[in-house]
Design a protein around this ligand. Structure first.
Ligand SMILES: Cc1cc2nc3c(=O)[nH]c(=O)nc-3n(C[C@H](O)[C@H](O)[C@H](O)COP(=O)(O)OP(=O)(O)OC[C@H]3O[C@@H](n4cnc5c(N)ncnc54)[C@H](O)[C@@H]3O)c2cc1C
Length: 400
């Protein structure tokens, strides 16, 4: 059988993980990235067991354990006084339950270990896709510098402003959520006096929430501070932010938040966008994955995890279908769309719940945190974290 050649567009977390998965499935893979150096923002990222399980199979267990932090718990606190609203053990408890750790990474560390696993020198940097043409015998990617590449299939892993998506389905702007996130890193020694445990802490309050956790083997404390803003223009969807402006959003909140912000040298400000679920994820020889087809608000810490699952499932579907592209793509969409859509919708719902003003609804939410758990019921957690995206055959049988 002829070895299929896949062109993967975008060497972010989703594209690089997909490139590794496709190669493991036996495809010849070319990976293109528009920037001249593979880049990630200076911020943290949580990688839950549904994703670390897959990365472990890609031979990354040791590298992940070295680069990341294994948090002991996730804790939700009340905005004003730090009262603990709910707590879920992570650490050994989650590893024993799902057979693989929950990790916190500096994004640069995660992208770096993925690049090493694929082959850093094989990533075609400076390859900005501008057009796609496909016919019965293959698909051609055209790049801004006038070069082109031909393959059997093309995977658009080029993020929320995906050119691939636009080429397939036309222009449709993502939806501004009315929320913005300040992100940054504080050197751990500057916050040592706070005696913070290795937990991910979520402070929830009226119109905002604030998350912090350690990354880079504990060398930095990462924070994400989300607040509400009525409008945003596309041109400035990510920008250097002012620490004073960030601090203003949390006046009246527990003083620990101001201390963390005061320990940071710089902060970046992000407008948070998502999209309504797309009707289609594939067309002919082209498929989308990750933020290119299901960008989501970050309130379940699942965007990258779902992108990693997409790549693993796509590779498994190709193998399962004996590398028949149309049936592999049908199976991929049947498997992935319902799951990613559900996570997208749950992430949106958290945006409302985390930001409730004090009142009856907030009291109901807090009761749920205390009784049901902070990340949903045990059943919901099993469904999310216990999922193995490579085991496609039984799920496909179920869907028949
Ligand atoms: C504040 C915040 C916190 C988050 N926290 C978490 C978390 O804790 N856990 C989690 O799982 N997720 C989290 N996410 C979501 C996560 O960051 C994204 O879902 C994930 O990065 C998407 O990966 P991707 O590879 O699909 O897209 P991207 O990371 O956007 O990568 C796309 C890549 O494609 C390249 N590209 C774009 N256009 C072209 C082109 N025309 N040609 C070639 N290359 C191109 C880009 O340069 C980029 O490298 C968070 C998001 C935010 C905003």
């Amino acid at each position: 059988m002829k070895q299929l050649h896949a062109l993967v567009i975008g060497a972010g977390i989703g594209g690089t993980a997909a490139a590794i998965a496709l190669r493991r499935a036996g495809l010849d893979v070319s990976l293109f990235e528009q920037t001249v150096a593979q880049r990630e923002v200076g911020a943290g990222i949580q990688i839950s067991p549904n994703a670390s399980r897959l990365l472990g199979r890609y031979g990354l267990d040791e590298a992940m354990a070295q680069a990341a932090v294994r948090p002991s718990a996730v804790v939700f606190r009340r905005w004003q006084d730090g009262h603990v609203l709910g707590r879920e053990e992570l650490g050994d408890a989650i590893e024993n339950r799902y057979g693989t750790p929950y990790y916190h990474f500096h994004r640069a560390d995660l992208i770096s270990l993925l690049a090493d696993a694929f082959g850093r020198n094989e990533i075609e940097l400076g390859g900005r896709l501008v057009d796609i043409e496909q016919d019965e015998s293959g698909v051609t990617a055209r790049f801004e510098d006038g070069t082109s590449a031909r393959g059997d299939l093309l995977i658009g892993a080029d993020g929320i402003h995906s050119q691939v998506r636009e080429r397939l389905f036309g222009v449709e702007k993502p939806r501004f959520s009315g929320q913005i996130a300040y992100r940054g890193l504080a050197p751990s020694e500057r916050v040592a006096h706070l005696g913070l445990p290795l937990e991910v802490t979520n402070w929830v309050g009226p119109g905002g929430h604030f998350v912090h956790y350690f990354v880079s083997s504990g060398r930095f404390l990462n924070f994400v501070a989300v607040s509400e803003e009525a409008t945003w223009t596309r041109e400035q969807w990510s920008d250097r932010g002012s620490i004073d402006d960030a601090a203003k959003q949390y006046q009246g909140w527990h003083p620990q938040l101001a201390t963390i912000l005061g320990a940071v040298d710089e902060t970046f400000k992000w407008a948070l966008f998502d999209r309504n679920p797309l009707p289609e994820w594939t067309k002919g020889r082209v498929a989308l994955l990750g933020d290119a087809c299901h960008p989501m608000l970050p309130y379940m810490a699942q965007g990258a995890a779902q992108a990693i699952e997409d790549g693993a499932a796509l590779a498994a579907c190709l193998k399962h279908s004996d590398f028949d592209i149309p049936s592999a793509f049908r199976a991929y969409v049947a498997l992935r769309k319902p799951r990613a859509t559900e996570v997208q919708e749950r992430s949106r719902a958290n945006a409302t719940s985390f930001h409730l003003p004090d009142g009856p609804e907030q009291l109901d939410r807090d009761r749920l945190f205390a009784t049901r758990g902070v990340r949903g019921s045990s059943e919901a957690m099993n469904k999310l974290y216990g999922y193995d995206a490579e085991v496609v055959a039984p799920t496909l049988e179920e869907k028949r």
